[in-house]
Write a protein that binds this ligand. Structure first.
Ligand SMILES: [Zn+2]
Length: 118
């Protein structure tokens, strides 16, 4: 896999900074929706189940966003160490193609698929 050019790496840094803001926004907006359903509220049994279901979905979504936010922050920190774009497992370049889809990707395709199989 090719190392990133200066231009590619700048482009990805901008993308990561945009992602950071968007994900933080997302978490702020969903904070209220993820709060506990008040079980004392006099709502019907079905709508209570709906509310719990909805709450679970919001919480699962928030967990995914938080995980991604952590990866974005780690990727931005890697810029400071001049390690951005290297796989955190094998230290090979992750490659621009993959990073342009997921600029926060911590692993190369090989390590990622190895981790998914195990
Ligand atoms: Zn790797």
């Amino acid at each position: 896999m090719e190392e990133l050019s200066e231009e590619q790496s700048q482009q990805l840094q901008v993308a990561l900074e945009g992602l950071l803001v968007a994900l933080q926004d997302d978490l702020e907006r969903s904070a209220a929706a993820g709060q506990a359903v008040d079980l004392d509220q006099p709502i019907g049994r079905l709508s209570r189940m709906d509310a719990l279901q909805q709450q679970k979905m919001v919480q699962a979504q928030r967990a995914r966003v938080q995980l991604r936010l952590g990866q974005v922050k780690a990727a931005l920190a890697a810029f400071g160490r001049d390690e951005y774009g290297e796989c955190r497992l094998c230290a090979e370049p992750i490659g621009f193609k993959r990073l342009s889809v997921r600029p926060e990707a911590p692993f190369c395709v090989q390590c990622r698929s190895r981790a998914e199989r195990s």
